[in-house]
Design a protein around this ligand. Structure first.
Ligand SMILES: [Cu+2]
Length: 499
């Protein structure tokens, strides 16, 4: 319907123009061709001059009207340490080009007005003027030199890479793809592991991390970018398919993401998301509801988030590459870090792709030790006779009482803790599932409990404090009809028998 109305309006407009020109033609025949020609010229020249004045005023007024929603002005001052230097570069450039813009627009329209064709008008021949040549060569040369030199100075302060031995920065990686970003953090070791494009597998290893490099094991890939305020960040930027562009508008960070050619950008966020919102709240433009349809929605200031956008038209899903960036205080950042799980531990550990399958990793041993230390401290301080400590990581070869190699890490630590808390006397209990004859299971559980006891006494735990007991399948904790339950039932426990 709307389209039809617009079409009708256009046809009508066309008819009107044809009719008006016919009327003009008729009237000029009545008045005489020449006079009407000059009249038309005067009119056009005057209207062009008026257009120029309205146009220049509109330029200035609209810039003023939108001053609070343009990057670099109002509350949208740069949120990074280097941002102001780039903004001032833009302002200086705008100052000079603004002057040139106003002068050239003014002259353009003034000349069309002044030199319009008039009755008895004569052409003015103006072949050469050395002074003018000098003025419009020297002034632009000086201004251009100033702009280029200032630009180079800013570039050299914003873009240098970190020196090889620097340790005052953190590094994250951003990999653009159609259509999204894989963000990688270095994990506890502070170092990103190596990647190899040959190892890329979209389902199980999207970044091509090389799992034999232990620096990769704690790297994690969060869904949002969270950074601590005041921390210098180096972003390693790359792309997996086509050109993308890593653009953080509020931080004045913008760099191409190019397949096969790593680029980088270094910046230091200086305002937390909350501080930025605080500034926005002072401006009426940002007190409006974020959703214009819903007056009850959060204000634009409260709904504000820093964002990562792709600034390269990389395909039809380009718009969906937006990612939220949160800048937080250091302690909030550390809280967030503890909630992140490494990609390796979540997706690769003990799968066929894991080169460390079946081996204990250093940090796993460390984690288990921490857990044992607190369990034993708790048992010593508050434990009662009859309390049970389940040994989660003590295992035997199938059908035998031989401890697996990994179990020794756990038992060595337990021996150390039993020697530390020397008032506790302990029963080592062996348990099996109900598969096979009860008698065999009983014998096996006894042999296993004894094996653990022997290991502990071998580590200087006083044998008088320990007893071994085989329970066989008699004390199940899980359902023996399921594999999961049977696994829970095959276990070794320590019971406090006196304190
Ligand atoms: Cu893109």
């Amino acid at each position: 319907m709307t389209a039809l109305i617009i079409l009708l309006i256009l046809i009508l407009l066309g008819v009107i123009i044809v009719q008006v020109s016919k009327v003009n033609e008729l009237s000029s025949r009545i008045r005489g061709e020449e006079e009407s020609y000059f009249q038309g010229n005067n009119r056009t020249a005057l209207w062009m001059f008026i257009f120029m004045i309205v146009f220049l005023i509109a330029c200035v007024v609209s810039s003023y009207y939108y001053k609070n929603v343009m990057l670099g002005y109002g509350p949208l001052k740069a949120a990074s340490a280097h941002g102001d230097s780039l903004d001032s570069l833009f302002n200086v450039t705008l100052f000079f080009t603004g002057i040139v813009f106003i002068i050239t627009q003014y002259l353009l329209f003034w000349f069309t007005y002044k030199y319009r064709a008039r009755k008895n008008g004569k052409a003015d021949f103006f072949p050469h003027n050395t002074n003018l040549e000098i003025i419009w060569t020297v002034i632009p040369a000086i201004v251009m030199t100033y702009l280029v030199v200032k630009g180079l100075v800013v570039w050299n302060t914003v873009m240098p890479d970190v020196p090889p031995d620097a340790d005052d920065y953190m590094e994250i990686q951003a990999t653009g793809f159609q259509f999204g970003w894989d963000i990688r953090y270095p994990g506890a070791d502070g170092k990103l592991g190596t990647t190899n494009f040959r190892d890329i597998d979209l389902a199980s290893n999207p970044l091509g991390q090389v799992w034999t490099d232990t620096k990769n094991l704690d790297d994690f890939q969060p869904s949002e970018i969270v950074l601590p305020v005041g921390q210098k960040v180096r972003v390693r930027i790359t792309a997996r398919d086509v050109l993308h562009n890593f653009y953080l508008p509020h931080f004045r960070v913008k760099m191409d993401a190019i397949p096969g050619l790593p680029t980088y950008f270094i910046f230091t966020p200086i305002k937390t998301t909350e501080e930025f919102r605080e500034e926005l709240r002072k401006y009426p433009e940002f007190q409006l509801p974020a959703d214009p349809e819903d007056p009850e929605s959060l204000s634009r200031a409260d709904a504000f988030e820093y964002e990562l956008a792709c600034a390269e038209l990389c395909g039809k899903g380009h718009y969906s590459m937006r990612r939220v960036v949160r800048i937080v205080e250091q302690d909030e950042y550390e809280d967030w870090l503890t909630q992140q799980q490494s990609y390796y531990m979540a997706n690769i550990r003990n799968t066929a792709a894991d080169p460390f399958k079946g081996q204990l990793l250093d940090f796993e041993i460390a984690n288990r030790n921490t857990e044992l230390v607190s369990t034993f401290a708790e048992a010593n301080d508050n434990g009662k006779v009859g309390d049970i400590i389940k040994l989660k990581n003590v295992f035997f070869e199938t059908g035998s009482a031989t401890l697996t190699a990994d179990s020794r890490y756990e038992l060595s630590k337990i021996a150390e803790l039993l020697n530390k808390y020397s008032t506790m006397n302990i029963e080592v209990g062996g348990h099996t599932d109900s598969t096979g004859s009860a008698e065999t299971n009983k014998t096996l559980s006894e042999a296993r409990a004894t094996s653990v006891l022997n290991f502990l006494t071998g580590k200087n735990v006083d044998g008088g404090r320990l007893q071994a007991k085989g329970y066989g399948p008699d004390v199940p904790v899980g359902d023996n009809t399921t594999e999961e339950g049977r696994q829970q039932n095959r276990r070794t426990e320590l019971k406090i028998i006196s304190k």
